[in-house]
Design a protein around this ligand. Structure first.
Ligand code: ZN
Length: 243
């Protein structure tokens, strides 16, 4: 049975598989000038929630165009078995992660607490702000740029997105983007196979928030076309350096 509602408490998504990745660090807190002096710990939590205002959709598959074999989980945990596939040798030394993965069957796996800084975006820019890892949540859709994502994935992604927007209300519909939007020319995921209008339809059904911007933005997209030829893979980002 596909899970349709999620809850987030202290950065953890309830009811999903927890598969902790070591590839994360703390988010930089915004430097607010008027900072109340009392209750420092809850203040930091509030500031953090306010500071997270971007949701980035990615895709990944390991090996390319092969699914639900546990290799993504191993990759984000830095235990990818290098000898299992020639491609793995190229990426095994990278230290990357995303907060969440939605598998082809709609299973959701969490790797990094949402309040922490996962290493998914690499060199990136959104609305004039660089280093999107600082202020974003990253979700991987298991797939490729050219192979249609599954119904179960869209349902799970929409449910997770709704829960995320309840916990992090600064994420508006206009700040839900693809990796290709924040790293143009360098990244192509989630690819032409990702049906943005359908995804936003599912979100707006859940929260009635206007998504006119995105609908007009993707007007040119042929909704029914998901080319099945030439499945591709987005190379993970360059090795993230801890600060
Ligand atoms: Zn990506």
């Amino acid at each position: 049975m596909l899970k349709t509602t999620y809850k987030i408490e202290n950065g953890l998504l309830s009811g999903c598989q927890w598969c902790p990745s070591p590839n994360y660090n703390a988010r930089p807190l915004p430097n607010y000038s008027a900072r109340p002096a009392s209750n420092e710990s809850s203040l930091n939590q509030d500031m953090l929630v306010t500071a997270i205002d971007l949701l980035v959709i990615h895709n990944i598959s390991l090996p390319p165009a092969q699914f639900e074999n546990g290799y993504i989980e191993a990759f984000f945990q830095n235990i990818l078995p290098v000898n299992d596939h020639p491609y793995f040798a190229e990426i095994a030394d990278l230290n990357v992660s995303a907060h969440l993965l939605v598998t082809r069957s709609g299973k959701v796996i969490q790797f990094v607490n949402l309040n922490e800084r996962a290493w998914h975006a690499g060199a990136s820019c959104f609305a004039g702000r660089v280093n999107c890892n600082d202020f974003s949540i990253g979700i991987e859709m298991e797939g490729t740029d050219h192979l249609a994502y599954t119904y179960q994935q869209y349902q799970a992604l929409a449910a997770v997105t709704s829960a995320i927007r309840v916990a992090y209300p600064a994420i508006s519909t206009s700040s839900i983007v693809g990796h290709s939007d924040i790293a143009p020319g360098r990244k192509t995921d989630p690819g032409e196979s990702f049906n943005w209008p359908y995804f936003f339809q599912l979100i707006s059904a859940a929260d009635e928030t206007s998504c006119d911007d995105h609908h007009s933005r993707f007007n040119d997209l042929d909704l029914n076309e998901s080319a099945l030829n030439e499945p591709g893979l987005n190379l993970p980002d360059a090795k993230e350096q801890q600060v």
